[in-house]
Design a protein around this ligand. Structure first.
Ligand code: ADP
Length: 163
């Protein structure tokens, strides 16, 4: 069985993330969305538990997609699975530089681990969780940016967070 791991902070999950997850789910037997607990991104908008709950709501329609959390290093965590492949989305050259460096580090820790990259759908190349947080803050309609299942969660939180 071929397993893909889609890691990220998902603070919150966006339509860009979902596009990558959906495409990975067509290619692999099983996709595990891995919500990273120790992201270097400081002061998240949502707790890890909330991020997991939101991702679960969004991927409930995909029978071969599961959600889990991981602390520590992804390359260590990936050893739980037999021959997994990490799947990352690439939006721009800046993503490539970062991912290239991450891949070298991951291979040092877990030499068997391969990472594959899916280019972002052109509709979402500009989209990031931080852009969503910023738009939510100013009351922008989020329908084109986050899955419909979590729009209310993001709106409510940003009202609390930024009032
Ligand atoms: P962000 O960069 O939005 O804060 P994450 O750290 O959660 O998101 O990113 C997790 C993974 O999702 C990374 O591989 C990242 O490149 C990918 N990703 C994030 N946004 C997009 C997008 N709009 N299109 C394609 N891939 C994306």
């Amino acid at each position: 069985m071929r397993t893909a791991i889609c890691p990220g902070s998902f603070d919150p999950i966006t339509l860009g993330h979902l596009n990558i997850i959906r495409r990975a789910a067509k290619i692999f037997d099983k996709v595990v969305v891995c919500v990273m607990l120790n992201s270097s991104k400081t002061s998240p908008m949502f707790t890890a538990e909330e991020r997991v709950e939101m991702v679960k709501k969004v991927v409930a329609r995909f029978p071969n997609v599961a959600v889990e959390t991981a602390g520590g290093l992804l390359a260590e965590h990936a050893k739980v699975y037999e021959n997994p492949t990490i799947i990352k989305g690439l939006r721009a050259a800046s993503d490539f530089e970062y991912e290239f460096q991450m891949d070298i580090i991951n291979k040092k820790i877990n030499p068997q681990l391969e990472t594959m990259y899916l280019t972002s759908n052109e509709k979402y190349t500009f989209l990031s969780s931080s852009a969503v947080r910023e738009m939510a803050k100013y009351g922008v309609d989020l329908r084109d940016f986050v899955p419909c299942e979590i729009i209310d969660d993001v709106k409510k939180r940003s009202e609390m967070y930024f009032k």
